[in-house]
Design a protein around this ligand. Structure first.
Ligand code: GTP
Length: 415
């Protein structure tokens, strides 16, 4: 995807063979050297009920004692659980590659009397990190952006063997559009093999039913066979059934391994036949860390940013385009001007029609008055004509003229 609209012409690719070595094949090395110099950073968040082994798993993943072991308290005493969102960073180095690892530990939820809103502080924390990044992007000086966004969220599911609990579903639904969700079945050593299989099936069915999007290695075209197979193996293990331990124990064949020793045997953390820890680490650290960072930046953060700017009434792409493109700005101004003219014209038409109507009304009224007066005059004239004809007949017949009303009295005619 190149970000251009589909209406733009696509330049045909012209494949050419170079006559000699130009040097751009060295680009991956240049990127490699720059990355080595700058180092990487990665922020992982762990979410889940208290005591599910979040801190232990992080220590196991990065083979670092990021978290000091929590004291196992005397009965009745609080065992020192995480009570607020904590963020721990460590600079770790492997074969000259530096990684600044930050782990955001969240208080175990489900511990409170009212768990309805226990997702809120976690969503707030993720959004606050997006906001901090957005604020840096909006600064004039954007040279050194510090990326504290959460790149992956390991979600711990209780090893009950059952489906997801309502609180798990609510949580994942709130989180899946903001962070790469990686569900894991915690403390898998407490389940039998069949229970693990059944539990995974139920969890996946729940996830699909509720339309929750979890992170899975993307399958690209042109990928080599080995990578395709690797990705398929990872996908087949989701949700990862994990066991965490930062203790070294002796396996039955005498090897020293990271694991948990039980009276009936030893669970090896790094043994793929015992749990999915290796596959989780492979995806999170060895093969898909960059993918997780990219997906966070390109999809999750981008969606958040667009929604945020839209809510502020800014269609950001449009405004940036106009800022940087004078022709687009002019076109917009012309369109505005034309719209203003059209509005004025419509208003003038309306006023004109109104005036014509008023005039017509007035003309009609005076026409009616004229007719009425004409009728009156005609009637008066007709009356006069009749009177005169009557007088004429009397004169001709020798009869005396009947005095008009009132005349008799005035001249003493009659009694
Ligand atoms: P909070 O900080 O309260 O949220 O706890 P947490 O989820 O960080 O759990 P933590 O890592 O402190 O582990 C709690 C207890 O579970 C410790 O006694 C661990 O030794 C034990 N534990 C951790 N991982 C596993 C595991 O995979 N299997 C088993 N059986 N126990 C584990």
């Amino acid at each position: 995807v190149n970000g251009h609209s589909g209406t733009q012409p696509v330049n045909p690719i012209n494949r050419k063979k170079l006559a000699s070595w130009v040097g751009f094949s060295n680009l991956p090395n240049q990127v490699h050297r720059r990355s080595m110099r700058r180092g990487f950073n990665f922020t992982a968040m762990v979410v889940g009920e208290s005591g599910l082994g979040k801190s232990t798993l992080i220590n196991t993943l990065f083979e670092t004692k990021l978290y000091e072991p929590k004291q196992i308290p005397a009965p009745g005493v609080d065992r020192g659980r995480t009570v607020q969102i904590e963020s721990i960073s460590a600079d770790i180095e492997e074969n000259g590659v530096r990684l600044k690892l930050t782990v955001v530990d969240t208080p175990g939820f489900g511990d409170f009397v009212n768990n309805d809103e226990s997702w809120r502080p976690i969503v707030d924390n993720i959004e606050a990190r997006f906001d901090a990044y957005l604020e840096q992007e909006n600064r004039v000086n954007r040279l050194k952006l510090v990326d504290n966004r959460v790149h992956a969220c390991i979600y711990f599911i209780q090893p009950t063997g059952h489906s997801l609990k309502p609180i798990d579903i609510e949580f994942m639904r709130r989180l899946h559009t903001k962070v790469n969700l990686i569900p894991v079945i915690a403390k898998a050593d407490t389940l039998t093999e069949e229970e693990v299989v059944l539990s995974k099936r139920r969890v996946l069915a729940d996830i699909a039913h509720h339309g929750i999007r979890i992170f899975q290695p993307p399958q690209y075209e042109n990928e080599d066979e080995e990578t395709i197979q690797e990705n398929e193996e990872i996908i087949s293990k989701v949700p990862f059934a994990v066991v965490g331990s930062d203790n070294i124990v002796r396996s039955p064949n005498g090897r020293e391994v990271r694991g948990r020793a039980y009276p009936w045997g030893v669970i090896e953390v790094d043994n793929e036949e015992h749990c999915d820890f290796v596959k989780l680490r492979q995806m999170l650290v060895r093969t898909h860390m960059e993918e997780l960072r990219e997906h966070t930046n390109d999809i999750l953060y981008e969606n958040y940013r667009t929604d945020k700017l839209k809510a502020m009434g800014v269609s950001q792409d449009e405004s940036v385009f106009k800022e940087t493109n004078p022709a687009a700005k002019q076109a917009e101004e012309r369109a505005l001007h034309e719209a203003k003219l059209a509005k004025m014209e419509a208003e003038m038409k309306m006023v004109f029609q109104q005036k014509v109507q008023e005039k017509e009304q007035k003309l009609k009224q005076s026409e009616e008055e004229l007719y009425a007066r004409h009728r009156e005059m005609k009637e008066a004239l007709e009356k006069q004509r009749l009177d005169l004809e009557d007088k004429k007949r009397r004169v001709e017949s020798g009869r005396p003229l009947t005095p008009e009303k009132g005349t008799k009295k005035r001249f003493g005619i009659g009694k």
